[in-house]
Write a protein that binds this ligand. Structure first.
Ligand code: GDP
Length: 454
């Protein structure tokens, strides 16, 4: 039998929590969310609206009061348990989007007994109240942080239960096998047909391969999530930094700083259309006796060798030289040659370029980089139907697959009791993935990455 266990503290769910669900910044509207047994009573106590008699899925316009003083006008929406995001009574107060106004309303709610919500606590409650499994809950944060439509679609699929259903199918087959094995072990005198080793092995291998297929898509999921690992290389002064800046500034791209920037490798994340690139601008590659410079060049070469994409920059106003040859010889999964300074006199012989998937002409200084953007935008990341959004999910699948492989290898060598124990462990890891058997440490870790108010 599957033991569904959530090791959380019951009293945690008894508290009524409140938090600002919109960003803490001035804006048109701010939404304050309250969830828990006393959500309706607490909200009722600070508003002029008779919230206690409102039905679920209704809203009303009214005022928020601090004693006799009016704090703000608000629209109050009521969701009655279990038909709410968290599965509990929920009240949402939409007030004017001022930082002071929303903080004042929040402190009123706290003074009436609500507790400040922790990061992700509303979604955590939805999970603990069985409104969604852990994979669906994890997808919520990925929807919020999605940077492109491809990733958003995948995260939406998981939130709709695509991953859960795939894992449940495989788990169901494993449970059926386990029940047959257990029946045969526990009731040897009954007329239960013997489990044939070959049949058992065949079915287990199919289940294991199904699990491994899902785990395999983690790499392409990471590419979509974190972006294509891209390195800009070239001789000094060809315009690498200018290109990096142009990519940052162009209206088809968005750049965010990646912390941990090293002295000679500057990194940033750029989105071009639906393609996200993690770009590193490296030290200029050239022949030098300088030890410090050489070390920087070594690092640049090593970084490029590991990259998914190399953007090599050449100077249109200079003749092709040995350093350019060195750059042509670098190997990478995909290489784009950018002949920069197209606004200057053509002295560069591009027929000497070898090993590139694309050659484009740009003027980074003038922001004329459209041909490069077109190539970048057209790069699509091949992703399987399956999709994983984090390493936790992959680890659970890997562990389950390893247990099943162990079981397959031991069939015919050890007793079925021993095989049964290993398969139980595989089942545990699948339940851990969906959160149906998971420790509070794992649950807390998952939700600690959420924002407050979600
Ligand atoms: P890096 O050493 O490769 O990073 O080169 P920089 O980006 O620092 O640029 C070196 C010089 O080339 C600077 O003076 C830039 O203004 C100039 N530069 C960069 N891109 C262009 C371009 O498209 N056209 C022209 N004419 N000059 C450029």
């Amino acid at each position: 039998m599957i033991n569904i266990s959530y090791l959380y503290v019951e009293s945690e769910l008894k508290m009524t929590i409140a938090a600002l669900s919109t960003p803490k910044a001035a804006g048109g509207i701010a939404v304050i969310r309250i969830s828990g047994e006393d959500a309706i009573g607490i909200a009722d106590s600070i508003s002029g609206v008779d919230i206690a008699s409102m039905k679920g899925y209704t809203c009303a316009y009214g005022k928020i009061y601090d004693g006799d003083e009016t704090v703000d006008d608000a629209v109050i929406t009521v969701f009655r348990a279990p038909h709410s995001y968290t599965g509990e009574d929920v009240v949402e107060i939409s007030c004017h989007g001022g930082i002071y106004v929303s903080e004042r309303i929040l402190s009123l709610l706290y003074s009436r007994g609500a507790e400040p919500a922790e990061p992700g606590e509303f979604t955590k409650r939805a999970f603990l109240n069985h409104k969604m499994d852990l994979t669906r809950a994890e997808a919520v944060m990925d929807i919020i942080s999605a940077q492109g439509s491809a990733y958003l679609r995948k995260a939406e699929n998981i939130r709709e239960g695509h991953l859960y259903k795939r894992v449940e199918e495989l788990r169901h087959r494993l449970v059926e096998l386990l029940s047959t094995i257990s029946a045969w072990i526990d009731f040897p005198d009954e007329d239960i047909p013997e489990v044939e080793d070959d049949t058992l092995k065949k079915e287990l291998i199919e289940i294991r391969d199904g699990i491994a297929d899902i785990a395999k898509c983690y790499d392409s999921s990471c590419l979509l999530r974190y972006g294509i690992d891209t390195v800009i290389v070239g001789k000094p002064n060809v315009g690498k930094s200018t290109l990096m800046n142009a990519l940052s500034g162009c209206d088809r791209s968005i750049v965010t700083e990646i912390p941990g920037t090293t002295r000679d490798i500057v990194e940033g994340s750029v989105r071009v259309g639906d393609t996200v690139l993690r770009i590193a601008d490296t030290a200029g590659i050239h022949d030098t006796e300088d030890i410090v410079e050489s070390a920087g060049i070594e690092r640049a070469m090593a970084r490029a060798a590991k990259a998914d994409l190399v953007i090599a920059v050449f100077d249109n106003s200079e003749a092709f030289c040995d350093d350019d040859r060195r750059i042509c010889d670098m190997t990478a999964a995909r290489k784009i040659a950018c002949i920069n300074k197209s606004d200057e006199q053509d002295l560069f012989d591009e027929t000497l370029l070898t090993g590139f998937d694309d050659i484009v002409h740009i003027s980074a200084k003038n922001g004329d980089i459209g041909s490069l953007l077109d190539v970048l935008e057209s790069m699509t990341i091949e992703t399987a139907d399956e999709f994983l959004i984090n390493e936790r999910q992959k680890i659970c699948l890997d562990k389950a697959a390893v247990c099943i492989s162990e079981a397959v290898d031991s069939i015919g060598i050890v007793t079925l009791d021993a095989v049964d124990i290993v398969l139980d462990r595989a089942l545990y890891h699948l339940l851990e993935l969906t959160g149906e058997s998971v420790s509070d440490t794992v649950v807390n870790e998952v939700f600690s990455h959420f924002c407050v108010g979600k």
